[in-house]
Design a protein around this ligand. Structure first.
Ligand SMILES: Cc1cc2nc3c(=O)[nH]c(=O)nc-3n(C[C@H](O)[C@H](O)[C@H](O)COP(=O)(O)OP(=O)(O)OC[C@H]3O[C@@H](n4cnc5c(N)ncnc54)[C@H](O)[C@@H]3O)c2cc1C
Length: 370
């Protein structure tokens, strides 16, 4: 079976590897560098703390594979607990966490409520005085996302896939064929894993999907962990997260709930985001060092916040729409896309044909607890 994968981010490289490893003849087209788009800009926060059973299964499989790949090439999965919290007085998010944690546990996730004293004992480097409700997810970690895409591209190559970087692909409206500046090639299947460009690429082939790219931001800053190492933290009340990072720490949020043009968007972080993050870090971890780097990138929303993974039209498959959770689920969702091509339908809830493609919807922050 001949399969084209369009997009060399975390998802496309995983799909290419799994397809090649299971015997398909694969060509991966990447218009820039491997991991050079959203994947290279991601924070690398990884966890399986999802309440819906299908999300929990996908999260579990993803973390299992991250652990299995850790140590290969430059890729390292750093075990790091993930703390989810709502502040005192924030009833709405506190109720949402109280409702979700038992469902996560029913879905076999290793998540437990923790009070401020327990958090202080376990993670003394962080300020917990304002916590109303918190839970700690243990099956979690962090990494540098570019290293994952590089590793999976290398593994795909070793399994026999051809990786063509700096090669923009277009889809043929008449079937699973791909056109590049060098000519056209026919395949039995094409997997479109083109991140923020997925909607545009499919639209040019006459296929409409309800995807909206939106901008998010992150920064790294120095941090001295003499008081103890940092866990990953998501403050649902303020809507930001932080994680330990080789620079010290990384913190992000800044979701712009408006659709971005996938080609025309501001790559640098906004000053307002950097100022707000400094205040949040000052409150949550006290002293931190200078801001080393600050940037923006694109995520992609869907109407129901669930992704599109599967066949859209004879031989044309999509794998996109991660609502800010694409990297942490890439090992499972790239695999699911590969399995869909090979004849399985592993995540029926993510079937892309559940939409007509012209749905009107609002962008909602991916990590929002509501
Ligand atoms: C600041 C920030 C922080 C984030 N933090 C996290 C996090 O902590 N955890 C998490 O799970 N997710 C996070 N995300 C989201 C995450 O980055 C994405 O969900 C994930 O990287 C998507 O991977 P992908 O392979 O689908 O897309 P991409 O990495 O965008 O890959 C798509 C690729 O397709 C290529 N392409 C596009 N058009 C064409 C074409 N015509 N021909 C050939 N190639 C083409 C692009 O060049 C690109 O390399 C974050 C995102 C940002 C911006």
């Amino acid at each position: 079976m001949r399969v084209a994968v369009v997009g060399g981010g975390a998802v496309g490289t995983t799909a290419a590897y799994d397809l090649a490893d299971r015997g398909a003849s694969v060509v991966l087209y990447e218009k820039g560098e491997i991991g050079g788009a959203s994947t290279g800009r991601a924070a690398g926060v990884l966890y399986d703390a999802f309440a819906a059973p299908e999300d929990a299964r996908v999260g579990d499989r993803a973390i299992e594979r991250f652990r299995a790949f850790s140590g290969e090439g430059e890729f390292e999965f750093r075990e790091t607990p993930y703390v989810l919290l709502a502040r005192e007085g924030d009833r709405k998010r506190a109720d949402a966490i109280r409702e979700q944690v038992p469902r996560m546990r029913e879905a076999d996730r290793e998540v437990a409520f923790a009070d401020p004293d327990e958090l202080r004992d376990r993670f003394p480097a962080v300020e917990w005085d304002d916590v109303g409700v918190a839970a700690v997810a243990e099956n979690a970690g962090c990494t540098l996302p570019g290293a994952y895409a590089d590793l999976l591209a290398e593994k795909a190559r070793e399994a026999g896939a051809e990786i063509r970087t700096h090669t923009a692909a277009r889809l043929d409206p008449d079937g699973p064929s791909v056109e590049t500046d060098a000519g056209s090639a026919s395949f039995d299947a094409v997997v479109v894993a083109a991140g923020a460009h997925t909607k545009r690429l499919l639209a040019a082939a006459g296929i409409s999907v309800p995807l909206k790219p939106y901008r998010v931001q992150a920064l790294t800053a120095g941090f001295d962990d003499e008081k103890g190492s940092l866990p990953m933290v998501y403050d649902a009340t303020e809507g930001y997260y932080l994680r330990p990072h080789p620079d010290g720490l990384l913190s992000g949020d800044g979701t712009e709930e408006v659709e971005s043009d996938p080609d025309e968007w501001k790559r640098d972080a906004d000053e307002a985001f950097v100022d707000a993050t400094r205040e949040r870090l000052d409150h949550r971890v006290g002293d931190f060092g200078p801001v080393e780097d600050a940037w923006a990138g694109l995520c992609v929303a869907t109407p129901d916040r669930d992704p599109l993974v599967g066949e859209l039209r004879d031989g044309v498959f999509v794998a996109a729409g991660w609502q800010g959770h694409g990297f942490m689920r890439a090992p499972a969702l790239g695999e699911a896309a590969a399995e869909a091509v090979l004849g399985d339908s592993p995540v029926p809830e993510f079937d892309p044909t559940r939409f007509d493609g012209d749905e009107a919807f609002e962008i909602v922050e991916g990590m929002a607890v509501d």
